[in-house]
Ligand binder design. Structure first.
Ligand code: ATP
Length: 182
């Protein structure tokens, strides 16, 4: 059983994956894998520096570089995403209650390896205020991130289940339970 879990910034995706972890699911975090394989001194980081210059070492700078340039974004993806997908597939073989936590689940077509997918959503203002309370990010930075992600409409159309996380944490847990018990 492989559950694909996704959601835009501040939607509550990590909160859902933490809940699943407590319920004996093994969570594979695609972002964590991506960060690990592009850490300083790794062959992939060397390739990123070749492609984008020394600024690539700083994740925030790299994000800025590719945000507004689709060609650069494609280069980044060709260097990193292919390898992330390869590792994810290996990791997913290691258990029978697996969750793939991937912000870019649909963008990278990783939903194809999942039995079903869950999208976590929440109203925009709520997502912004939750992220501002959690991270040192401005509203503008958060909006820029959101603009760069696949639209909520597209994700909703593609997901098997959509969890609206506009309520309390208790409501969120109930909604996860409902999906897991079907
Ligand atoms: P990102 O993609 O930025 O990592 P995320 O989708 O993983 O975000 P979370 O980190 O799970 O989002 O949630 C964002 C913040 O909102 C966290 O601080 C979390 O504790 C809080 N949060 C999530 N759901 C709720 C809720 N239903 N009620 C109150 N706070 C919540």
């Amino acid at each position: 059983m492989i559950i694909g879990l996704t959601g835009g910034i501040g939607s509550g995706k990590s909160t859902v994956s933490n809940y699943l972890k407590k319920n004996e699911y093994v969570v594979i975090d695609a972002d964590e894998i991506s960060r690990a394989i592009t850490a300083k001194g790794t062959p992939l980081m060397d390739r990123l520096v070749d492609a984008f210059g020394p600024a690539a070492i700083d994740r925030k700078e790299l994000a800025k570089l590719v945000f507004s340039d689709s060609k650069k974004k494609a280069v980044l993806e060709s260097i990193v995403t292919t390898e992330v997908i390869r590792i994810v597939k290996e990791e997913l073989k290691k258990g029978d209650k697996m969750v793939l936590d991937a912000p870019l689940l649909f963008e990278t077509n990783m939903d194809e390896v999942c039995d079903f997918t869950i999208l976590v959503t929440a109203p925009l203002e709520l997502r912004i205020s939750r992220v501002m309370a959690r991270d040192n990010m401005s509203k503008e930075e958060i909006l820029a991130r959101i603009d760069n992600q696949m639209s909520e409409e597209e994700k909703i159309a593609r997901a098997d289940y959509v969890i609206d996380n506009g309520g309390s944490l208790e409501d969120l847990c109930k909604k996860i339970e409902e999906i897991l018990n079907v």
